[in-house]
Ligand binder design. Structure first.
Ligand code: ME8
Length: 636
């Protein structure tokens, strides 16, 4: 059986989990669940990072021991993951005795092999980041990573010979294109490695910090928290303790991280492994950040969105769906409650939920709740939708394998929309009136197969809702990719039940109130952009936007709904282009957008900007850019 080992970062126990931590953990869970559905043997690791100055300081502030503080905050992460049905196989804590033992063994090995030496350090130190910087590293005299003040220190410390392995690392990254993903992050790391690499200070004197793993070769020191933390990925699977286990799981297939911790994972970690003679992980994948009002969401910035409140409003599955659907893995995404509400209402209430209630209602009304068999030969409309249905599992798998989770969800949703259109075209209620039971049965059977495939393919994202959906349509097989790939997923004769509304519509005003937000949403555009009307076009701001997704607007034939990345955020655009373009022809195109138009409602859909197109009276051609400039580039 193929094995699959996936990890999240281990989170600092300084504060409660926020949406950023939740995102990485849900993403890992979704990928782990897909691999389980594909029949692989999966090990999914998460946990908490519990040593270091920040934790010691937080504990001191709260007047409790560091260990008590860690126990309390680590439990908060566990509680959150339980609420969200995170199916981790192991939760590691860096204060676990067996982890500490592994860290000490690794340090001793490095010391014995001569890769660790003692020297005097003189320079700058960022207390919150626990990192040393040289004078020239500083930006305006402050920490180049977080912008906070640094303090000058001079002390004796132990150093790890990172510089010795710099050329080896460059060669390794160049030879292994999958090692750091996405590609632009690999280039970023290679860029960083053009400058000479300093040796890494891996100790902290106990007189300054005691909350850490003691160095086995000098009890006056504890280990730098990042060395301790990174080793969790190996200690969790038995390094130096259980060879068989370690051999089974290592190397990790995916280290999922946020882009904030790319250097530690793509530079320190491989060099540590190399020095210890341990194989490299297969892929380090850095995703982007959830942003609020164009700033990174995070506790220190005071803009963290609380996953507890969102979970109690939405339940676990809809929160999971939103996080997976609205971030293109690798890029930043902007969080807004209105975006969340419209995404869930559109995809889940209007499309999937609507289709489920239509089909279950009609099978109950016309066939006493027993799924009818299809006709032997079918019409061309049914053939068309059958093709969409049968291609769906492979499409989704391909997207998941390439980390395009949002596309996988869009694939399922667009198949659901196609099936809703198929039902409109076939008009089963008319077929029923006419007594055309053969075609009526075919339509309901066919649509039910799609619901079953969607239920399985969306199961990793929404395990509870999809179980209810699959139960409602009488599915009794094993939830697996293999089952989803079969022609018939639910047999004729199965008992169909009308489920309770699985995805009730969310009212934005009520949602705002339940989250304790003021009922009038902040007018973001008023704050950041000048609002103009079309007549004032000369004052328009033009930018390059990349079309992330495009779809037909349900119930509005001429319109396409586009999701466009304009560098700082994603926008929904409504364009009367359906006559001229198929959605897939627009996906990935770099187009020109007027970004500071007052949002307008077009047939009930909000358009947050306009795209430019040429029109010669016969055809319409969307303006694109000649070279591959990034989304957000100004058009002057
Ligand atoms: O860095 N958007 O822990 P941490 C998306 N202990 N993801 C975000 C995010 C945001 N706005 N904010 C945080 C540490 N994250 C170390 C890791 S690993 C050996 C040690 C996620 O609690 C993202 O995965 O600061 C990011 O890398 C991680 O939380 C940082 O968590």
């Amino acid at each position: 059986m193929k094995k699959f080992y996936i990890t999240t970062p281990i989170y600092y126990v300084n504060d409660r989990p926020h949406i950023g931590h939740t995102y990485t953990t849900v993403l890992a869970d979704v990928i782990a669940r897909y691999h389980r559905l594909a029949g692989e043997d999966v090990f999914f690791l998460t946990g908490t990072d519990e040593h270091g100055q920040k934790v010691a300081q937080s504990a001191e502030k709260a007047k409790i021991s560091p260990q008590e503080h860690c126990d309390k905050f680590s439990q908060r992460f566990k509680n959150m993951w339980k609420k969200l049905n995170i199916s981790y196989d192991y939760f590691i804590r860096t204060t676990d005795a067996d982890h500490i033992e592994v860290v000490q063994k690794a340090l001793q090995k490095l010391y014995d092999s001569g890769d660790i030496y003692k020297s005097t350090y003189e320079g700058w130190y960022c207390v919150p980041d626990e990192r040393f910087w040289t004078e020239k590293d500083l930006k305006d005299g402050k920490c180049p990573e977080c912008g906070r003040p640094v303090v000058k220190i001079e002390e004796e410390n132990y150093f790890f010979r990172m510089s010795k392995y710099q050329q080896w690392l460059i060669d390794y990254i160049e030879k292994n294109p999958d090692f750091i993903q996405p590609d632009f992050r690999r280039n970023e790391v290679l860029g960083f490695l053009k400058k000479p690499l300093n040796d890494l200070c891996i100790s902290r004197p106990k007189k300054r910090l005691q909350w850490g793993v003691e160095l086995p070769f000098d009890t006056d020191y504890v280990c730098y928290v990042w060395v301790d933390a990174l080793l969790n990925y190996c200690s969790a699977v038995g390094l130096y303790a259980d060879d068989e286990k370690f051999k089974k799981w290592w190397p990790a297939d995916y280290h999922l991280i946020g882009k904030d911790i790319l250097t530690t994972h793509a530079v320190y970690w491989p060099i540590l492994l190399k020095a210890l003679g341990i194989e490299m992980p297969k892929t380090i994948f850095a995703h982007g950040w959830w942003m609020v009002d164009e700033k990174k969401m995070g506790k220190s910035l005071g803009n963290a969105v609380d996953p507890y409140a969102l979970e109690s409003l939405l339940g676990p599955d809809r929160l999971r769906y939103y996080l997976m659907r609205d971030m293109v893995v690798g890029q930043d995404a902007s969080y807004s409650l209105s975006g969340l509400v419209s995404r869930l209402n559109n995809d889940l209430s209007n499309d999937l939920g609507n289709m489920l209630s239509r089909i279950t209602n009609m099978v109950s009304a016309y066939f006493d709740g027993i799924l009818p068999a299809p006709a032997e030969s079918v019409d061309s409309e049914t053939e068309k939708i059958q093709k969409v249905i049968s291609e769906l599992p492979a499409k989704v798998k391909n997207d998941i394998d390439r980390m395009k989770i949002h596309s996988a969800l869009e694939d399922v949703n667009s198949a659901i929309r196609a099936a809703n259109r198929y039902i409109e075209t076939m008009q089963p209620w008319v077929l029923a009136k006419e007594g055309n039971r053969e075609i009526l049965g075919t339509v309901l059977f066919t649509a039910t197969q799609l619901l079953a495939k969607a239920g399985i393919l969306l199961y990793p994202v929404m395990p509870q809702k999809c179980s209810s959906l699959l139960n409602a349509i009488g599915f009794s097989g094993a939830i697996s990719i293999e089952t989803a790939s079969a022609d018939v997923v639910v047999d004729a004769g199965s008992k169909i039940e009308k489920p309770k509304a699985l995805f009730p519509r969310i009212d934005l005003k009520k949602a705002r109130a339940s989250l304790g937000l003021s009922v009038k949403p902040p007018q973001k555009s008023e704050k950041t952009e000048e609002i103009i009307t079309v007549d004032e076009f000369f004052r328009s701001q033009l930018v390059v936007g990349e079309v992330i997704s495009a779809e037909y607007a349900p119930n509005a034939d001429r319109l396409l709904l586009l999701e466009v990345d304009i560098g700082t955020e994603k926008r929904q655009l409504v364009a009367g282009l359906a006559k001229w373009y198929k959605p897939e022809e627009l996906r990935g195109k770099k187009i020109v957008i007027i970004s500071n138009l007052k949002p307008a409602k077009i047939r009930g859909y909000e358009s947050q900007g306009m795209l430019l197109a040429a029109d010669d009276g016969k055809t319409v051609s969307v303006l694109t850019v000649d070279k591959d400039v990034p989304a957000g580039s100004k058009v002057r």
